[in-house]
Write a protein that binds this ligand. Structure first.
Ligand code: IFM
Length: 460
């Protein structure tokens, strides 16, 4: 028998998507406008003028897609709810057709033995709330908690695990600081406020979940976590890497898990934007009220050197190292850093369950003459990262599941449909689904509960 690496019996084998990236049907069934609908209309904002208007047509094809997931053998699915489908104006009236859609989707998943992990906020803020200040306005955190409470009420009888907010750092930096994502703002001070209100929204929503009293209900943030490598073996580069880690990782992990904002990063921010007077008394307690797991979105590492880069920071991010394999987006592929990251989280936050809520790669593989999609690089990527998770579990990290990003080739934000992250190829004209070789491989792994000890095809 071939040697294999076996995962714990209840390990979740999942994939992940988000509403705006796959659903399409942006005007169907009373859905309100989101900031991404608006941003996609800004000339030049999205490559090729792409939009999420049709995306993968998952709204209409949800039944077919869930059946496909089940046929592969997957046991978990991370989806997001579109806030403007449920509250077209952000608050106030709830849209029953939106509720009915997600009711059906969740029921279908459960009927196929697939456990849903539901994200409440994956970036599609109702435009009506943006018009009232968006995440820079403290009131948005309260409205988010109300929306969350309505979702717990509607779906909490069937959904146990909730990701409140996806990647607050990316929302802050790309959406509010650099203007590359919706809502397209370039406001450094506003980005710090926005990130604070996202965390406050998480805390208020997590408290609302506790208040339901539902046994076993759990809430957590899915963070965009980048392990840091100092560019050189010098004290200055190590200090720079530590400081940048504060900006990217600790600014979020520390307050959510009860340590308050890290002092070193607080000083950086205060030097850059002035007093953080929007952090009210009691906010840090509210942010820390009730996180039950850590959602790890891991794609690549950050190599950091001392010195000045583009921003107001005393560090510089380097482009990577020669000889390290890369995805088609030029992101370095470093599975060992996933092991180190999971172990770091376990050491820093002992006892907190870990979920790899995203991990994946853009590889542009198209159907061949026989119609099949051979994507050996994604198979090797999967094997490498699953082996990395296995090593972390073997060393004691409580990793409960892995959600590959993504199930489908989907709308990759400012890059439109160019990057293909899916286990399933989606034809841009017909929306026809073709399971890639990687999808079959991952499905077989999910069924077996194990990966081969050696990389497939000798790669890895
Ligand atoms: O597509 C995104 C997702 O929406 C958030 N995390 C990273 C993915 C790949 O860039």
């Amino acid at each position: 028998m071939t040697a294999e690496l076996r995962f714990p019996p209840r390990f979740r084998w999942g994939t992940a998507t988000s509403a705006y990236q796959v659903e399409g049907a942006t005007r169907a069934d009373g859905r309100g406008e989101s900031v991404w609908d608006r941003f996609c209309r800004v000339p030049g904002a999205i490559e090729n003028g792409d939009t999420g208007d049709d995306a993968c047509d998952h709204y209409a094809r949800a039944g077919e897609d869930v059946a496909l997931m089940a046929s592969l053998g997957l046991t978990a699915y991370r989806l997001s709810l579109a806030w403007p489908r449920l509250f077209p104006a952000g608050d106030g009236r709830i849209e029953p057709r939106g509720l009915a859609h997600y009711d059906r989707l969740i029921d279908r998943l459960l009927a196929h033995g697939i456990t849903p992990l539901v994200t409440l906020y994956h970036w599609d803020l109702p435009q009506a709330l943006q018009d009232r200040g968006g995440w820079r306005d403290r009131a948005t955190a309260r409205r988010f908690a109300d929306y969350a409470a309505a979702c717990f009420d509607a779906f909490g009888d069937r959904v146990r695990d909730w990701v409140t907010v996806n990647e607050p750092w990316i929302v802050g930096v790309l959406g509010h600081q650099l203007g590359l994502h919706a809502p397209g703002e370039r406001d450094l001070a506003g980005s710090v406020r926005a990130m604070h209100h996202l965390l406050l929204g998480h805390g208020l929503a997590a408290s609302a979940l506790r208040a339901t009293g539902r046994p076993g209900a759990r809430a957590g943030v899915a963070y965009s976590l980048y392990p840091h490598t100092p560019a050189g073996d010098t004290a200055a580069d190590r200090a720079a890497a530590h400081a940048s880690d504060g900006y990217v990782n600790r600014w979020f992990l520390d307050p959510v898990h009860g340590r308050g904002y890290p002092a070193d990063m607080r000083e950086h921010w205060e030097r850059a934007v002035g007093p953080l007077d929007f952090v009210a008394d009691g906010d840090e307690r509210a942010i820390a009220a009730g996180s039950d797991f850590i959602g790890v979105n891991y794609y690549t590492r950050r190599i950091v050197a001392a010195g000045r880069g583009d921003g107001p920071w005393p560090w510089r991010v380097e482009r990577g190292r020669p000889g390290v394999p890369r995805t088609d987006l030029n992101w370095e592929i470093v599975p060992d850093d996933l092991t180190a990251l999971l172990l770091r989280l376990h050491r820093a936050h002992p006892g907190v369950p870990l979920l790899v809520t995203e991990n994946g790669a853009a590889f542009d593989d198209a159907p061949g003459p026989d119609g099949g999609v051979r994507d050996a690089r994604r198979v090797a990527f999967l094997h490498g990262h699953l082996a990395a998770v296995h090593r972390a579990i073997a060393a004691g990290a409580p990793v409960e599941g892995y959600y590959h990003w993504s199930f489908l080739d989907n709308f990759e934000w400012a890059m439109g449909y160019r990057p293909r992250f899916g286990l399933v190829h989606v034809d841009r004209d017909t929306r026809r689904r073709t399971v890639k070789e990687s999808g079959r491989w991952y499905g077989a792994v999910a069924r077996a509960g194990a990966i081969p000890a050696r990389p497939p095809g000798g790669a890895g």
